[in-house]
Design a binder for this molecule. Sequence first.
Ligand code: CP
Ligand code: NVA
Length: 308
Amino acid sequence: MKDVFKGRDLLSIADFDRAELYFLLEHAEVMKEQRKNNNLKKSLLGKGVALIFEKPSTRTRLSFEIGVYLLGGHPVYLNPSEMQLGRGETIEDTGRVLSRYVDAIMIRTFEQETVERLARASSVPVINGLTDQEHPCQILADLMTIRELKGFSPAMKLAYLGDGNNVAHSLMLGCAIVGIDITLSCPPSYGPDSRILDRALGLASSSRVQVVEDPLEAVVGAEVVYTDVWVSMGQEDEEDRKARLKPYQVNRELLDGASPQAIVLHCLPAHRGEEITDEVIDGPQSAVWQQAENRLYAQMALLDLLLG
Ligand code: CP
Ligand code: NVA
């Protein structure tokens, strides 16, 4: 199975099928164990990975930098404002040149089309580190965390509350692929992109994908309750977002409507008091720190499979 990953890109979580996602998640668990036992194999020895960030990042940057280092490779953080990319060099030419120096490129940017153009022009794997449309690396860590804490039991239900954008899109696709029931609850006009919803519906062979307006309806029976910020990077100018999203806050009352064993996930950074309360994120059902930690292992597994 390992060989099917070599040289591929990860632009959307739907680039992997169910068997591939399961394989990758198992590999991530093994690597987590190996790291704890200090016996990781240096599978990226002599390899370089370029990390381009057009938006801020804490987790993605750190987990990629440390992950590459732990596997014996060399990460190079690149800020477009200090690159020729910021002065008009095209994304294609950037990809052609970087492909001659490094063994993989991770990029965090605005438009999905930018990562697609970069991938077409590059001869090395390109990894989407978040666009306005998707956040596949996040979902690898989320699925890993769900598997660790809950297993992938048939008909398990996840409820996502809030803004139906990048993280919600990838989560919807990822759940559809692995067979978790997902209900998105978003205010009118903050729902997911209809093309991505259709794609998820088409991928869901053994699970349900649905969008409802009422957050209390969405959480009934949910084993996993997930939320994300109300104001994503690049959306800071949209004034009325917070007021429209207020009824979707993950607070004690909402969580009481989910399964008593529900875990709470958040991709982070959290805006405490907005999409999630202190009581919930710091409470016993919160798994957000384990989720953030798993970014490291999920991406190490990804890099090992694409390049190792
Ligand atoms: N969840 C996530 O991608 O966090 P950063 O923006 O800190 O990378
Ligand atoms: N939806 C958020 C995710 C941050 C990791 C954003 O795009 O800012």
